[in-house]
Design a protein around this ligand. Structure first.
Ligand SMILES: Cc1cc2nc3c(=O)[nH]c(=O)nc-3n(C[C@H](O)[C@H](O)[C@H](O)COP(=O)(O)OP(=O)(O)OC[C@H]3O[C@@H](n4cnc5c(N)ncnc54)[C@H](O)[C@@H]3O)c2cc1C
Length: 445
C-alpha cells in the first residue's frame, strides 16, 4: 500500500504536533510513513502571541517529543496571579502550583503561544529531515497560502490553493486552522457557522507592549466596571509585557462585526478597544497608547466550537478548529496536543481505514472535549461586573477566598482538568531531549 498522502492545514501547535507523531510509529519503515504537507496561511512562524499554559497531558506529550527542556527554557517567567484595583492595590495573590497537582490559574509551564508553535514546528522539521534521510517523504511546508476550494469523493480530497491556484489531491485533509477554520467553513458550510461557533459574549485584544520598571513577574488582573478586564503578563524571553483586554457585551454588534474583518479590520478593532477602555482606569492609558504602536495586535471574539462530528468523509478537524474550548477554559493547548496525539495514534492503527481512525479519534476526544468546554460556573460574566460596586464586591470575594485557604480545594477540583486527561500508548517512539538551536540556525542561514 502506498503511504498516506495527508494535507494538514495550519502550522499551529496542533498541526505540527500531528505531523511529528504521524512520522513516529515504532517499527514502521521510513518509506511507509505518510507523505505530509503542512499549509500555513501566515508567511512564516512568529514566536510571540499571547501567554498560554501547558498542563497535564500536554506536558506528557511534549516530553514524548523530547521538547520538555526546550519548552521549559522558553517560559514567560510568570509566578502567579494578582488581582489589582484601579490604584494598583493587590487584593489577592495566587502563586503557580509547581507540583502539577493543582490547576492554579498560572501553571507550571507558561509560554507564548507563538513560541510553543515555533518549537513544535522546528521539532517536526527535524523529525521530517531524519525520516527523509532514511528514504521517507517527510513533511513539505508551504507558507503564505490557504485553500479556497475543497471537494471530496470516496477515495480522495481535491483542493485548490487560493494564491498559487494549484489543484492537488490528498488521501486525507486535516483542518488544524484554528477557531476561524476555513476548512470547517468550506466543508461543513459557511451558513451553519453561527450554530457551530458558540459565542461567549466576550471580545478581546492581545498584544505586547514595552516593559516598564513597575511590571512584575505576576499576571496582574484588573477588573473595571462596564464588564471590562485588563491583564498584564510578563514575557521575560522578549523582555516585554503582554496585554489582554476583554469586554463582555452581548448587545453591541460592532464588537462582532470588527472581529469578522480579521487582519483587514485592524484599525477598526483598535478603535473599538480605545472606545471601550479609554476611561477604564488603572494602566489603561499606557496600554491603549502602546496598543496603537504594537507590532503584534490580535483581536477576536471568544467562543467555543461545538460539532456533532469531527470529520466529514476524508476531512477531519483538529484542535481549536474542531473543538475550541476558549481561553477561559485553560485547556486549549491540552486539547490541541492531545487531539494531535490521538489522531496520529488512530491513523497509525487504521492507515487504510480513515473512517475507523476518525471514529476512534472521536471516541477518545469527545469526553475530554466535553469536560474542557464546561467552564467555571458563571464564566465569563462572573469575572466582569457591570458596576464599580460589583467590582469592589468581586475583589472582596477574591480577597476572602484567599484568606480562607480555600484556593487549594478550589484549584484541585474546579481548575482546568488537564491533569486527568489520559495519554494512551500507541507505540510511538519516545524521543530523547532535543534542542532547537541547530535547527533554528539552519533555518536562518
Ligand atoms: C488570549 C488567549 C489565551 C489563551 N490561554 C490559554 C491557556 O492558558 N491555556 C491553554 O491551554 N490554551 C490557551 N489558549 C488557547 C490556545 O492558544 C489554543 O487553544 C491553541 O493554540 C490551539 O491550537 P491550534 O493549533 O488548534 O490552533 P492555532 O494555535 O490557532 O493555530 C492555527 C494555525 O492555523 C493557521 N491558519 C489559520 N487560518 C488558516 C488558513 N485558512 N489556512 C492555513 N492556515 C491557517 C494560523 O495562522 C495558525 O498558525 C489561549 C488562547 C488565547 C487567544
Amino acid at each position: 500500500m502506498a503511504p498516506l498522502n495527508i494535507l494538514i492545514v495550519g502550522c499551529g501547535i496542533a498541526g505540527s504536533t500531528l505531523a511529528s507523531f504521524l512520522l513516529l510509529s515504532e517499527g514502521m519503515p521510513a518509506h511507509e510513513t505518510p507523505k505530509i504537507t503542512i499549509l500555513e496561511r501566515a508567511p512564516g512562524m512568529r514566536s510571540q502571541g499571547q501567554n498560554i499554559d501547558v498542563r497535564g497531558a500536554g506536558i506528557t506529550i511534549i516530553r514524548k517529543l523530547g521538547l520538555e527542556g526546550a519548552v521549559r527554557a522558553s517560559t514567560t517567567g510568570e509566578v502567579g496571579v494578582q488581582w489589582v484595583d484601579d490604584k494598583g492595590a493587590i487584593w489577592a495573590s495566587i502563586g503557580a502550583d509547581r507540583t502539577g497537582k493543582l490547576s492554579t490559574p498560572t501553571a507550571d509551564i507558561e509560554i507564548l503561544r507563538g513560541r510553543l508553535a515555533e518549537l513544535c514546528w522546528l521539532r517536526s522539521k527535524d523529525i521530517s529531515e531524519s525520516v527523509q534521510a532514511q528514504g521517507g517523504k517527510g513533511i513539505d511546508f508551504i507558507f503564505g497560502d490557504c485553500l479556497d476550494h475543497i471537494q471530496q469523493d470516496n477515495d480522495q480530497v481535491h483542493v485548490r490553493f487560493a494564491k498559487s491556484r494549484r489543484e492537488m489531491r490528498y488521501d486525507l485533509v486535516v483542518g488544524a486552522d484554528g477557531l476561524q477554520s476555513q476548512v470547517r467553513r468550506l466543508v461543513w458550510g459557511a451558513s451553519g457557522e453561527e450554530d457551530r461557533v458558540k459565542k461567549l459574549g466576550a471580545y478581546g485584544a492581545f498584544f505586547s507592549i514595552p516593559r516598564i520598571a513597575s511590571d512584575t513577574v505576576h499576571r496582574q488582573w484588573f477588573h473595571a466596571s462596564g464588564r471590562r478586564n485588563i491583564m498584564l503578563r510578563p514575557d521575560q524571553q522578549n523582555k516585554r509585557t503582554t496585554a489582554f483586554m476583554f469586554v463582555v457585551n452581548e448587545e453591541d454588534t460592532r464588537l462582532q462585526e470588527v472581529a469578522k474583518k480579521g487582519r483587514e479590520g485592524l484599525e477598526s478593532q483598535k478603535d473599538i478597544m480605545q472606545e471601550y477602555f479609554s476611561d477604564a482606569g488603572w494602566q489603561s492609558d499606557r496600554v491603549l497608547s502602546e496598543m496603537r504602536k504594537t507590532p503584534d495586535f490580535y483581536y477576536d471574539m471568544i467562543a467555543q466550537v461545538k460539532l456533532d462530528h469531527y470529520n466529514k468523509g476524508r476531512v477531519v478537524l483538529l484542535g481549536d478548529a474542531g473543538y475550541c474550548a476558549s481561553p477561559f477554559s485553560g485547556m486549549g493547548t491540552t486539547l490541541a496536543m492531545d487531539g494531535a496525539y490521538n489522531l496520529a495514534g488512530a491513523l497509525s492503527r487504521h492507515p487504510d481505514r480513515p473512517d475507523q481512525a476518525f471514529e476512534e479519534y472521536e471516541t477518545e476526544m469527545r469526553p475530554v472535549v466535553t469536560r474542557a468546554q464546561k467552564l467555571f460556573p458563571g464564566m465569563p460574566r462572573i469575572f466582569a461586573p457591570e458596576t464599580a460596586w460589583g467590582v469592589w464586591v468581586l475583589n472582596l470575594i477574591v480577597y476572602l477566598i484567599q484568606l480562607s485557604g480555600l484556593p487549594k480545594i478550589l484549584f484541585k477540583y474546579l481548575g482546568p482538568p488537564a491533569n486527568t486527561v489520559p495519554v494512551k500508548d500507541y507505540g510511538f517512539k519516545t524521543l530523547p531531549e532535543w534542542s532547537p538551536e541547530q535547527s533554528e540556525k539552519s533555518t536562518k542561514s
